[in-house]
Every structure is written in C-alpha cells, then in structure tokens.
Design a protein around this ligand. Sequence first.
Ligand code: NAD
Length: 263
Amino acid sequence: MDYGLRGQVAIITGSTSGIGLGLAEALAQQGVNIVLNGLGDRDAIEATRAGLSARNGVEVLYHDADMTQPHRIADLVSSTRNAFGRLDILVNNAGIQHVAPVDEFPVEQWDRIIAINLTSTFHATKAALPPMKAAGRGRVVNIASAHGLVASPFKSAYVAAKHGVIGFTKSAALEVAQQGVTVNAICPGYVKTPLVEAQITDQARARGISEEAVMRDVILAAQPTKQFVTVEQLGGLLLYLVSDAGASVNGAALTVDGGWTAA
Ligand code: NAD
C-alpha cells in the first residue's frame, strides 16, 4: 500500500532499538528519508543505519542527541533541516522505565524519566513546529502509552510522564490546527522490546514473584488479547496518521493496546 509519503523526511527519537526502530522501518518502506537517534554501540548503530538505507533505497542519517539535553535536541532538528531542507514528520518515541514503589523511587530516576519521556517531546516539538508551520504541513506523533491513560503500581514517574505527553499533545494540536499540522499520541499496550524485557526482571523483584508469573499475571493480565502488540501494528497506525488520510485526526490519544484501557 502506498501512503504517498515518498521523499518526505522523518525524525524518530529513540530509534536505535525496539518500537522506534520498527517505526523507522515502516516509514522507510514508504520511501521516507530517516534520521535515526538513540543510544547504543556505534558500530551496531552504523550497521542499523546502513541496513535501513540499503533495504529501502532511502537516505538514513544518525544523530546522537541525548534526550536529556535540550540544546542537543534542537541540534537534531536543525541538522535534519540542514541535511534535507525539510522536515515532514517528527516521532517523539525515546523513553525509559524504572519500576519501584513511590517511597523508594530514586530521585535521579524520576528526573531522568520526566526529562526523556516528557520534556524531550516538548523540546523536539518546539524546534520542529516552525518549519512545519512555514510549509503548511507537518505531522508530530508522540509515542505515549496505555500508561498515559491508566496507571499501574510502581511506575509513578512513567505514568506521570505519559499522562503529561497526552496533555502536551492536546495543547500543541490546538495551537497548530489551522496550519496543516497535526499532533497526535499513540498509546501502545505491551510490546515485547528490550524496555519490557527489563521490566519483567524489575517487576519480579518489586513484587517478589517469578518472571514467568510477571509475564502471565501482570503483563498479559492487563492485555485482554493475551498477545503482545507488535511494532508492525504500531507502524500501520503511524502511516495512517502521517498520510493525507490522517489530516483530520488531531489531538487524539489512540490506543493500540488489545483492549487494555477498555476494561
Ligand atoms: P527500547 O528500550 O527498546 O527503546 C528505547 C529507545 O530510546 C532506544 O533507542 C534508546 O537508545 C532510546 N533512548 C533511551 N534513552 C535515551 C536518551 N537519553 N537519549 C536518546 N535516546 C534514548 O524501548 P521501547 O519499548 O521501544 O520504547 C519506545 C517508546 O515506546 C518509549 O517511549 C516507551 O515508553 C513506549 N512504549 C513502550 C511500550 C512497550 O511495551 N515496549 C508500551 C507503551 C509505550
């Protein structure tokens, strides 16, 4: 299926792994040039960059902005504009997790989660909106979470940040609604990525139960389908949102959670 995106340019934050990398692949398959971002081993990132480019016949760049550093986030956006002369799509995806009771939650982990999961979305969107408004078209898609709509225990910083992302999404969407730009949030349920694999270990420790019990009774207990969401399924929604067909979807928090938040 052709979504009419060929030649566009997208930044995906936190795209060296997991959902972000899957979303980059979905966009690249449609002929979108990509700016990857995220942490990791430089050789592995270069192999990822080169593979994405070769598989899809698009240009793929990598920028190492740390999402805790506002000036590096601004540089990510300005470097993209300098390299390609345009910016059509921004996917704010970078995110981390820490699982602990509130009264034991490390302050530095709270600050880091708020910085990466919430505040980086503000900084990147702030930098991306001027060129999008000038072009009369743009798409910002924020990867929130089912935890942007409902809570689970031991995830106070993550839940606060993701609720914040949805609030930010709505406010920004209202500001740009008449300028051809949309701002939306995707709220995935559980996707089996490195972030979730780490949580299985952490949740087992916090709850004092086995990892198998966390998978069965905690993670997939919340998801009525009893199946992990796939990155391909998230990619399908992203492509719709950034295409012309998605032009009237604005300020929305769209769930892809197997029915979790319907309960
Ligand atoms: P992941 O750990 O596989 O990937 C996270 C990405 O963010 C990596 O590329 C990592 O390098 C990058 N990152 C982390 N800290 C960064 C920093 N300081 N600066 C720049 N990049 C940084 O995780 P994932 O599961 O793919 O999660 C991606 C997004 O999806 C997150 O926002 C997460 O909250 C959200 N999400 C995940 C799930 C899930 O079940 N996996 C569910 C709902 C929402």
